[in-house]
Design a protein. Structure first.
Length: 607
């Protein structure tokens, strides 16, 4: 949930740390800080608030150091304030630590360290690590870090520097992402690739319980027993501009404009001679016939993609599917076995709840297939099979293009499974495939007409509560539309199945209440029209999203946003974009920080 950067080399470290933290601010922005080896001691500057506050303070200091670590925080232990900000210093000021994750046994360790004379000034679990490393330090920093992490329970990505070691620093990880950037006479650590992309494209992706000793001219990786591990560098082929705003006001808007391209990138390479080829995934007819249930496990937006995946897999491949919230999955002792498949969905591939759900499924013998965006991420490495969504870097906290590509991947899986099992005829197969191919163009048209959505948002951005209703695939779409609205505009919102609203919640509908209705399913159109009439009879204002061909919707809705005519099964991938735009403009008009909504972080690497 936090961002870490570290550097050792020939350049002044402070500007590099600040620049890297800017690229990671989407991971946490309650507070920020850096620790630099400067004038033969560790100098720490940290403060509550956005990174700009830290940058202003650092600019007033004369930091000449060439070794340092930095951190941007999303608070877990202790409120956001200057004291709880990272980096944390040990008792003597000799050790500085930045940390992402949660140390579950920190209270036990804290009590032990207090008995040894260590005083604590913060409310964080991280301060325990700084004192613990100092307690174990006997002149060799890496030994002290290894001894310390062998006592830690929980998750961590660490950067550790010592005033007695001016030419090196240590990094380590367990269940929290951390990479090493390999440069010429300089080396880096970071929580995510964008932080160091302008300096190097060669990286090590660290595995769990690996420890790294970094000097300006060398990088050595060890396991927690101190044995050296040989790593193969990974070359990053992203365009640097992909992690920049490129003239757009916000990353979220830029990423919506990238949806047509990334959907093509996800779908087109997997269609060969009119048939789907899922990369190197070797799932045979025999494998599918042996699967009696599929579990789709994910969190947040990825969970909503999974609900649509359930509809499509059950409809086309006729395999029962259960969709689980990842944070609940392993705690309910799921009835999963060797005859189960688990489809794991995560944009970052590092979502901790989802990673633990994957491990639970594997432990019980299930075959695992992950849908992730980040090559080499923990979930992709630990899955039996992986289908990458080629969305590129997604910087805005609120997911947009990653969601569209997750849907695209799920449609490919559903069609592939159906075709292999013989559950779909040629006409339906070609119909849905044709619909998928038309999605990018449909989204381009939605984006071209965005002013219509912007105008409607300008009339309703002061709403106190907004409801989303839909049926079938549109119900799953409603859940995502509702989440997008509330996470960036802070407007209360709920999503309901179209027929469920009248079973109690319709009591909340009064004059002027806004109800948003995605209506892309031809077979359910008449029923949704009836639901619209029900809420309008109670005074609601209705915004409908549907294909241009559905002229009758205009007779009942107050406002209709149309998408080009596209097959009903494929339409939800295109119909989510108007709802993303609606949420975006509502947030902008309210003056909200669209890319960094309060209390949220991009990659949730704590339980």
């Amino acid at each position: 949930m936090c961002g870490i950067v570290g550097y050792v080399g020939d350049k002044q470290v402070a500007p590099i740390l600040i620049n890297g933290l800017k690229k990671l601010e989407y991971r946490g922005y309650d507070s920020a800080g850096i620790a630099v080896f400067n004038n033969n001691e560790l100098e720490v500057i940290k403060c509550k608030g956005r990174l700009a506050v830290l940058e202003a303070r650092v600019g007033k200091e004369n930091l000449k150091g060439r070794l340092g670590i930095g951190h941007t925080r999303w608070a877990t232990h202790g409120e956001p304030n200057d004291v709880n900000s990272h980096p944390h210093l040990s008792k003597s000021g000799k050790i500085a630590v930045v940390h992402n994750g949660i140390i579950e046994n920190y209270m036990k360790l804290k009590e032990f360290l207090q008995s040894k004379g260590y005083n604590f000034i913060s409310d964080t679990d991280t301060e325990v690590i700084a004192h613990l490393v100092e307690y174990h330090y006997k002149g060799c920093l890496i030994d002290a870090v290894i001894d310390s992490i062998n006592e830690l329970e929980g998750s961590y990505a660490l950067g550790v520097i010592c005033s007695e070691c001016p030419d090196e620093f240590i990094a380590a990880r367990k269940d929290s992402p951390l990479i090493v950037g390999l440069g010429k006479n300089e080396n880096f650590i970071a929580s995510d690739i964008p932080a160091i992309l302008e300096y190097t494209r060669e990286i090590y992706i660290l595995e769990d319980k690996e420890v790294v000793l970094l000097k300006k001219d060398s990088v050595k990786v060890f396991n927690i027993h101190g044995a050296e591990v040989k790593k193969k560098p990974f070359h990053v082929n992203w365009d640097v501009a992909a992690a920049e705003k490129s003239g757009y006001e916000h990353f979220m808007l830029k990423e919506m404009y990238e949806e047509p391209k990334v959907i093509k990138d996800t779908i087109n390479p997997r269609i060969k001679d009119g048939m789907i080829a899922l990369d190197d995934i070797k799932i045979t007819v025999e494998d599918l016939n042996n699967i009696d249930k599929i579990y789709i496990v994910a969190c947040g937006t990825a969970y909503h993609a999974g609900v649509i995946g359930k509809y499509m897999i059950e409809k086309l491949a006729r395999i029962p599917v259960e969709v689980d919230v990842a944070s609940e999955f392993r705690y309910r002792n799921p009835l999963i076995s060797e005859r189960s498949m688990a489809i794991i969905i995560s944009q970052s591939g590092e979502t901790l709840d989802t990673l633990f759900a994957l491990r639970e499924a594997r432990k019980k013998g299930a075959r695992t297939l992950s849908i992730v965006n980040v090559v080499g991420s923990s979930i992709s490495r630990e899955s039996d099979d992986v289908l990458y969504t080629w969305a590129g870097p997604e910087i805005a906290v609120a997911s947009t293009k990653a969601y569209n590509t997750q849907l695209s991947a799920l449609y490919l899986i559903a069609l592939d499974f159906a075709q292999k099992k013989g559950c779909i005829d040629k006409a339906d197969y070609e119909r849905i495939m044709d619909g998928l191919k038309k999605v990018p163009e449909a989204i381009e048209q939605v984006l071209a007409d965005k002013e219509i959505i912007q105008k409607f948002a300008s009339q309703h951005y002061n709403a106190k509560s907004i409801f989303f209703i839909g049926r079938g695939l549109d119900y799953a779409l409603s859940m995502e539309g509702s989440l997008k609205l509330k996470e960036i505009s802070y407007i209360h919102s709920e999503a309901y199945a179209g027929g469920e609203l009248k079973h109690g919640t319709i009591a909340l509908i009064e004059k002027g209440t806004l109800v948003v209705c995605p209506m892309t399913q031809d077979s359910l159109l008449e029923k949704m029209i009836s639901n619209i009439k029900e809420v309008k009879a109670r005074g609601a204002t209705v915004l409908a999203i549907t294909q241009k061909k559905n002229k009758e919707v205009k007779k009942v809705a107050d406002m209709v946003i149309t998408i080009p005519d596209i097959d009903s099964d494929a339409a939800p991938i295109a119909a989510v974009t108007p709802m993303q735009l609606f949420a975006y403009y509502m947030a902008v008009l309210k003056g909200c920080d669209v890319d960094k909504p309060r209390n949220l972080a991009k990659s949730v690497t704590v339980e």
